[in-house]
Design a protein around this ligand. Structure first.
Ligand SMILES: CSC[C@H]1O[C@H](OP(=O)(O)O)[C@H](O)[C@@H]1O
Ligand SMILES: Nc1ncnc2[nH]cnc12
Length: 288
């Protein structure tokens, strides 16, 4: 049994968190290079939280330039036990209009220009991604969003695209045919790396637009996205407050806390010592 430390990765439009008590910015270095920004450590409703603006303060990093490994490693270095991502998303469904909060539970990864694993030559691991989000954390997040007064859909498939350009109409229509519900540019490989780091992960997407599949509508523009996000800012803040306030005092273990028990395939004598060193934070539990 242990206590919670909630990592919050804030996406587009979410570059700081008001209401974080005793807050201070902390610079963290990682073996993977620099994270997107310093991390803001403080408390919400008595729960220790670590906030990272995914694109940096001022939004100077695009989705393909994010150092996802450094972001997850930095969270883990600061003692994060569970990771909550808050993202802007496009909707691929008529019944998920702008303003909706979608707590996603599946992903289709169509990104292609990103480093997707902490592991590789010298230390190979294969984690399961069958169930990519933590059901417990996702349920807490959905309840909190509902309590805050947001329209919430629990469950949905997020298509992760490379970007930075938005989709063509043909792509948008194709993703709908695939059964995807929402679209964004950042959840992958973030969710995969969180799993490799044994961090339970949940994603609350805030629908900002209908992407490009509606024939009568022009495609999405950044200004549309930001307008909806600014309108949602108070709701997002309330959601985080209620999320922390409702967490049980004691954190019961999650199976994800130990998912590397079954994942590493490289024999101990064949492991690259430099890789073992680099993985100290992420996988030290099973490598020491
Ligand atoms: C500003 S629109 C496109 C941009 O917004 C989303 O970012 P995030 O997931 O970090 O909220 C989307 O993935 C794109 O990066
Ligand atoms: N339509 C869209 N496509 C990709 N990422 C987004 N983020 C917000 N809206 C988006």
């Amino acid at each position: 049994m242990s206590e919670w430390t909630i990592g919050i990765i804030g996406g587009s439009g979410l570059y700081r968190i008001d209401g974080l008590e005793d807050a201070h910015w902390v610079a963290v270095t990682t073996p993977w290079g620099p994270p997107s920004d310093d991390l803001l450590v403080g408390h919400i409703a008595g729960v220790r939280c670590v906030f990272l603006p995914r694109h940096g303060r001022g939004h100077h990093l695009g989705p393909s330039d994010l150092n996802f490994r450094a972001n997850v490693d930095a969270m883990k270095q600061l003692g994060v036990t569970d990771l909550l991502s808050v993202s802007a998303i496009g909707s691929l469904r008529e019944d998920l209009p702008p303003g909706y909060f979608v707590v996603v539970d599946q992903f289709v990864d169509r990104t292609f220009a990103r480093t997707k694993s902490f592991f590789g030559t010298g230390l190979v691991a294969h984690v399961s991604m069958a169930d990519p989000v933590c059901p417990r954390l996702s349920a807490f997040a959905a309840d909190a969003a509902r309590d805050a007064g947001a329209p919430v859909t629990q469950g949905g498939t997020y298509l992760a695209m490379e970007g930075p350009q938005f989709s063509t109409r043909a792509e948008s229509l194709l993703y709908r045919q695939w059964g995807c519900d929402v679209i964004g540019m950042t959840a992958m490989p973030e969710a995969k790396l969180a799993r490799e780091a044994e961090l339970p992960y949940a994603l609350v997407g805030m629908v900002t637009d209908y992407d490009a599949w509606r024939p009568e509508e022009a495609g999405v523009e950044v200004t549309d996205v930001l307008q909806v996000l600014h309108g949602n800012a108070a709701l997002a803040r309330q959601m985080l407050l209620r999320f922390c306030a409702a967490l049980p005092a004691v954190r019961a273990p999650s199976p994800i806390d130990r998912c590397l028990d079954h994942a590493i395939i490289t024999a101990p004598e064949a492991r690259d010592p430099a890789m073992v060193d680099r993985l100290a934070t992420v996988a030290g539990r099973v490598l020491r």
